[in-house]
Design a protein around this ligand. Structure first.
Ligand SMILES: NC(=O)c1ccc[n+]([C@@H]2O[C@H](COP(=O)([O-])OP(=O)(O)OC[C@H]3O[C@@H](n4cnc5c(N)ncnc54)[C@H](O)[C@@H]3O)[C@@H](O)[C@H]2O)c1
Length: 353
């Protein structure tokens, strides 16, 4: 890894205001700009910097290249009492996914479950912010998306499936944190390679292969090659699962047809699959919460293997990072601040300090 570079810390409120100002200047409504900004800043707060506000320059480039419509509003169609569809209309993926989860939660409050398919959307960043939206409303959730080709299927050598994250969650109990699983089906998310490239860092040898099919620690070479699926055929199958539920089912692009956020040639046509489930369908809410407490205690209190100081619940490390960064600010390297301020100059918006 490269030497530790000095970090500049930015308060989450300042980061959010900056992103809202940039997006509004680019033609996005204030309501949608806030949803995008909150999703990105939540990623930075949780330590998922690969999907934080550093994504803004590429998103703005998509608007400038006419492949993402900043003024688009997601449109909702009710299909059955528990099923709806959102057409993202080629706007930001964040408001489309937000509307989808909001609708799923409302349906689940009445009928126990709500399922929303999203088509013609774009990248929605870190899936965990949508899982959180459900957990904050007291709901369990599934949040799936497909994404642009990055991963060979098991046995293949060319990019075909996306590094599409599988995410789900459940509210916690009295003494436990919510369960938040949000994981890419690759050894590492591709955003982590972009982050290493931005920061001039090397990557572990087992994340990706270069163009010649050889392991590499160079992020630039890795981005020209392929990401490696986690667990071999199992990671490959999970990536295909994300495409079945998000792409095939929705009517959006699938089977290698999604356009990535860094490809300025055409709209993303991303699909998402979003489900909210009421946690007290089979046991009372009190019992559910007690059972989550028991699970949390048993998991985190499990016997530790040698060299392990603490066992974490899925999502816990990110929640601890968030708690810390809400107090101390979000660390960025100067090159990241400079890239964001170049966008501020272009759009005549006050710079991020
Ligand atoms: N929108 C997209 O197209 C897209 C594509 C790829 C990735 N992503 C995002 O990239 C992010 C990073 O994905 P990732 O797979 O690299 O995540 P990761 O490997 O950092 O974490 C995966 C999961 O494992 C849990 N975890 C990690 N370390 C743990 C530990 N020591 N103990 C217990 N649990 C632990 C985390 O809480 C998380 O739920 C995700 O937020 C994902 O949504 C988005």
């Amino acid at each position: 890894m490269a030497q530790e570079e000095t970090k500049i810390t930015v308060k989450h409120t300042a980061a959010e205001e900056f992103v809202v100002a940039l997006l509004e200047a680019a033609g996005v409504s204030q309501k949608n700009a806030k949803i995008v900004a909150q999703g990105l800043v939540q990623a930075d707060l949780r330590g998922v910097e690969s999907h934080g506000i550093n994504r803004i320059p590429s998103y703005l480039a998509r608007i400038r290249n006419g492949v993402l419509d900043p003024k688009a509003e997601p449109a909702l169609t009710q299909v059955t009492p528990v099923v709806a569809q959102v057409d993202g209309n080629n706007g930001f993926g964040f408001p489309a996914a937000h509307l989808a989860m909001d609708t799923a939660i409302t349906m689940a409050q009445t009928f126990g479950i709500g399922m929303v398919s999203v088509k013609h959307s774009n990248h929605f960043g870190m899936s965990a912010w949508i899982v959180r939206q459900a957990a904050d409303a007291g709901m369990m959730s599934l949040v799936f998306t497909n994404s642009s080709p990055a991963l060979p299927v098991w046995g293949g050598k060319s990019q075909l499936m996306g590094v599409s994250p599988i995410a789900c969650g459940a509210p916690g109990g009295e003494t436990s944190l919510p369960f938040i699983l949000d994981m890419a089906p690759s050894v590492a998310a591709r955003g982590k390679i972009y982050k290493a490239l931005r920061r001039g860092e090397k990557i572990p040898q087992d994340w990706a292969l270069d163009e010649d099919g050889k392991p590499t620690d160079d992020p630039a070479k890795a981005l020209k090659g392929v990401m490696l699926p986690m667990g071999g055929p199992k990671g490959s199958a999970l990536a295909i699962m994300m495409d079945v539920f998000s792409g095939v089912l929705s009517g959006s692009a699938f089977a290698g047809g999604v356009t990535g956020p860094y490809d300025m040639s055409k709209p993303g046509d991303v699909g998402h699959f979003i489900v909210a489930i009421k946690p007290d369908l089979f046991v009372s809410l009190d019992e559910f919460r007690q059972r989550m407490d028991t699970l949390y205690q048993r998991v985190t209190g499990s016997d530790k293997m040698e060299g392990v100081d603490r066992i974490y619940f899925p999502g816990e490390i990110e929640q601890l990072t968030e708690r810390n960064r809400l107090e101390e600010g979000i660390p960025f390297v100067q090159a990241e601040i400079d890239a964001l301020n170049t966008e501020a100059e272009k759009l005549c918006v006050p710079k991020l300090q």
